[in-house]
Each structure stands twice: as C-alpha cells, then as structure tokens.
Design a binder for this molecule. Structure first.
Ligand SMILES: C[S@@+](CC[C@H](N)C(=O)[O-])C[C@H]1O[C@@H](n2cnc3c(N)ncnc32)[C@H](O)[C@@H]1O
Length: 212
C-alpha cells in the first residue's frame, strides 16, 4: 500500500479536504475547470480517462452541471470521492480500450488530467489517446493536462509525490515539446485548439485539440 493510500484510509471525514489541500499544492483544479468551461461552453457528454477518486470530476460537474459525465480508471473504485449528482455521473473501472469496444455514445469533451505520466510505455499512451479520439464525436475537444518535466522549483516535489506518496514506481514525466509531439502525432486528424498552463506552476501544461 502506498503512503498516500495508508494516510487517506486513516483520515475519515477529513480525507477530501486533506486530498484537496494536497492537490492544490500542484494544481488549481477550480481554475482549470473555469477556464475549460469558458473555452468549451456547450457540452452534453464528458469523458474523463483516468478519473481517479473524482477530484477533477467534481470540478467538471460544477462547470457542466447538466452534462452527462463518464469517468473511467484502471484502478478500483473510480470516483470514490465524487460529491456531485450521481444521476449525472457514472464511473467504471475499465480501460479506455474496453470502453471504446463497448461503443458508448460519442463524447463532446474528453479530458485526461495527470494520467499520461502514470503510463510508462509510449505505445500505451498513444493507445489511450487513440481511444479518446475514437470515442469523440465530430466537433469534439480533447484536453490533455500533464505535469511537464521542464524543471522549476516544484518539479522535484511532484516527482517525489508521485514516486513515493502515490507509490508509482514507473512514473515518467515528459517535457512540453515531447507532450506536444505525442499529442499531435497520436491524434493526426486533430488540430490545435489552444494550449497554456494551469496555475500555480508552468509545469501544468495544457494541450487542447479539436476535431473539425
Ligand atoms: C494523478 S491521478 C489523476 C486522477 C484525476 N484525473 C484527477 O485529476 O483527479 C492518475 C490516474 O490515472 C490512472 N491511470 C493510470 N494509467 C491509466 C490508464 N492506462 N488508463 C486509465 N487510467 C489510468 C491512475 O489509476 C490514477 O487514478
């Protein structure tokens, strides 16, 4: 069991505030969601690949309260801490390939937040991106938020947190140029929509692609 899992299990009611405080050291998820809703205002169906406990799901539900949200993760109990309306959200412990094979109704928005660096093999990263594209409808947007290994004061802390607190022995970050190259080559039919970063750190690289 990772240090993070062991600590969370002992926190009880304080788990969500503690998890939010810890995550906010690295990323402002409220700012991420607010900016997303400004750029992609009309969304009926959202897919989050690698949704984890549901931290980003909560924020997406806040900005898209009427959208149907689907969150998947390879870990057990995805969406365990989701606090939004359960009628609007569903979670499943499946791979993106398995969901794709089930031919879900296509999505307007596919979000992948802090997931790619937990996928060690590049072929598998490309596979997840290809699955995202296959489940997106024409006119959809794919948003990738990754922690880039571009240096800066927070990068050693982010590596330590993922390696020793989350307990991911194979965590592997990529630089911003690598991430751009990965996104554009894995999604050849998609065009650049916008890019930027999410406060408080420039390592929080944001790449959005649009299918015209
Ligand atoms: C840092 S968490 C991010 C969770 C969520 N996106 C958020 O922002 O709160 C990374 C998640 O990616 C998941 N993950 C890793 N490899 C994956 C894969 N191939 N497909 C789907 N999820 C994956 C992990 O299980 C973990 O829950």
């Amino acid at each position: 069991m990772s240090i993070g899992t062991a600590v969370r299990a002992r926190l009880g009611r304080l788990e969500t505030p503690a998890a939010d405080a810890y995550r906010s050291l690295f990323i402002d998820l409220e700012n991420f969601a607010d900016d997303l809703a400004t750029r992609v205002p009309a969304v009926r169906r959202v897919l989050e690949i690698g949704c984890g406990d549901g931290s980003t799901a909560d924020r997406l539900h806040r900005v898209y309260p009427d959208a149907d949200y689907v969150g998947i993760d390879v870990a057990p109990e995805p969406g365990r801490r989701f606090t939004g309306n359960p009628q609007q959200a569903s979670f499943a412990s499946v791979t993106s390939a398995e969901l794709r094979a089930a031919e879900p109704e296509p999505f307007d928005l596919v979000v992948i937040v802090d997931v790619l660096h937990h996928i060690p093999e590049e072929a598998d990263r490309r596979g997840v991106l290809a699955d995202a594209a296959a489940m997106a409808r024409p006119g959809a947007t794919i948003v990738i938020k990754e922690w880039a290994s571009d240096g800066g004061p927070a990068h050693p802390l982010a590596w330590f947190a993922d390696r020793y607190i989350s307990g991911d022995r194979t965590v592997r970050f990529g630089s911003t140029p690598y991430l751009r190259e990965l996104a554009t080559t894995a999604l050849p039919d998609w065009s650049h929509a916008w890019s930027g970063w999410v406060r408080p750190w420039r390592n929080n690289v944001l790449l959005a692609l649009h299918r015209s």
